[in-house]
Design a protein around this ligand. Structure first.
Ligand code: FAD
Length: 396
């Protein structure tokens, strides 16, 4: 981690070292990823059932409480770097199971920080214990990249609100017990007037539909239809009419975490390709002897290394209270792309075996693809970075 001492105009410390506690924790998670997650990754990934057993094991390892207040069973102060480290390490064994820590910083932290105490007390400890998942529902049929166009309405009534609308493409919709739903006040337009509500899925008027994607099947992707659903007033999470502000602050965590999830899957793929290149022979020599094989692996290693430090730079900036929205956007467009390309190179290194569903490579490729779109496409991330650089002229 780079620490700049502004007063002395000298570098006080220049170090990329994790703390001894982080190193020990990573070693424990690595053992779990290699021995428990990796051997059954293909089987789990081919099923639409969420692996609650693995999810609870992740909870027992303390991952789902990282950075959440102790009163909810968490570890205490916000700790985005450790949460990112957990995401990357778990993804080496199973990128789908590794979505769990992303939801700690994206959803549980949002509820812990901004929900009414009774609502936070009801939901956050269950999330920390691995007993409940809360999804995040922003996207609608008519509003994806341009979230200001969302049409779901929350109409004030006695004691609360009635919410009507349609959300689509929501991860975990089939696994979750509730969702953070973004809905606007009647007659409002644009970003203004949008608030966030915690909507339990057992409320009257909620219907969920499963959508099959090309990967990430256990994440129970799909839509939720809200037909005049009543939520009590205390289920608003965050300030009235400023729902996007709360969400965006937490996307600044999820974006580097997603980058690290993708890179964890790419690192495992690269390790497998290196082993295979040393064993497999062609034209009388191990294929590792050919630069046509070794150079793509060398390139992948270089790009993965650069991309993972970009992610940790962003998480470290978050931990330090530095502005990091543009770094987070960089982490969401580039590292998933680096990971996808590295997995493709590893797959091709394995020849016909790489393409086979008996190998994890094709599965990782399909799972990583989900993150090229979910949480905003590369074009939208570049728009955020360009706006930070050039101002509103770039936000068209
Ligand atoms: C696997 C997966 C999981 C998801 N999980 C969730 C979830 O949990 N919760 C949730 O709310 N949503 C989720 N989404 C939805 C996701 O956030 C949206 O799909 C994404 O933001 C893009 O919106 P869209 O699909 O409507 O595409 P559109 O907004 O219609 O965009 C279509 C294309 O146009 C491009 N484009 C749009 N505007 C511009 C511009 N100004 N400049 C350049 N290019 C532009 C986009 O980059 C894209 O390539 C998920 C999606 C996927 C695929």
């Amino acid at each position: 981690m780079i620490i700049w001492s502004g007063q002395s105009k000298e570098y006080a410390v220049l170090s990329f070292a994790f703390s001894p506690e982080q190193r020990d924790f990573r070693a424990e998670l690595e053992r779990f990823a290699v021995t428990e997650l990796a051997p059954r990754y293909i089987e789990r990934a081919a099923s639409t059932d969420y692996p609650w057993d693995a999810h609870r094991q992740v909870a027992e390892l303390g991952v789902l409480g990282i950075g959440l207040p102790e009163r909810f069973g968490g570890s205490g102060d916000p700790d985005p770097v450790t949460l990112g480290l957990a995401t990357e390490t778990l993804a080496r064994g199973d990128i789908n199971v590794a979505s769990a820590p992303i939801y700690v910083g994206l959803v549980a932290a949002q509820i812990a920080e901004h929900a009414a105490p009774e609502v936070a007390n009801e939901w956050v400890p269950r999330m920390v214990a691995g007993e409940a998942i809360v999804a995040i529902a922003v996207t609608e049929p008519g509003a994806g990249s341009d979230v200001s166009g969302l049409a779901t309405v929350a109409r004030p009534v006695d004691g609360g609100l009635r919410i009507s609308g349609e959300k689509v493409a929501i991860s975990h919709v089939m696994n979750a017990s509730a969702a953070l739903v973004y809905a606007r006040a009647p007659e409002s337009a644009g970003h203004a007037g949008v608030s966030c509500y915690l909507v339990p899925f057992d409320a009257d008027g909620v219907t969920r539909t499963h959508t099959l994607g090309m990967g990430a099947l256990p994440l129970g992707w799909g839509g939720v239809h809200l037909d005049d659903v009543f939520v009590p007033s205390d289920h608003r999470v965050g300030e009235d009419g400023r729902g996007f502000a709360g969400a965006m602050a937490h996307f600044d965590f999820s974006r580097p975490a997603i980058g690290l999830a993708c890179l964890g899957a790419a690192e495992a793929s690269l390790d497998e390709a290196v082993e295979w290149a040393k064993q497999r022979e062609a034209f009388g020599r191990p294929i590792a002897a050919y630069q046509g094989v070794s150079f793509p692996l060398a390139e992948s290693a270089t790009l993965i290394e650069a991309a993972r430090w970009l992610c940790y730079r962003s998480l470290w900036a978050r931990e330090s209270g530095e502005r990091h929205t543009q770094y987070a956007a960089m982490c969401k467009w580039w590292p998933p792309q680096v990971a996808k390309d590295a997995i493709e190179a590893a797959l091709v290194t394995h020849g016909n075996l790489g393409y086979s569903t008996e190998m994890p490579l094709q599965q990782r490729y399909r799972d990583v693809m989900s993150y090229l779109i979910g949480d905003g496409t590369a074009a939208i991330q570049k728009r955020i970075i360009a706006t930070a650089m050039l101002g509103k002229v770039a936000a068209t």
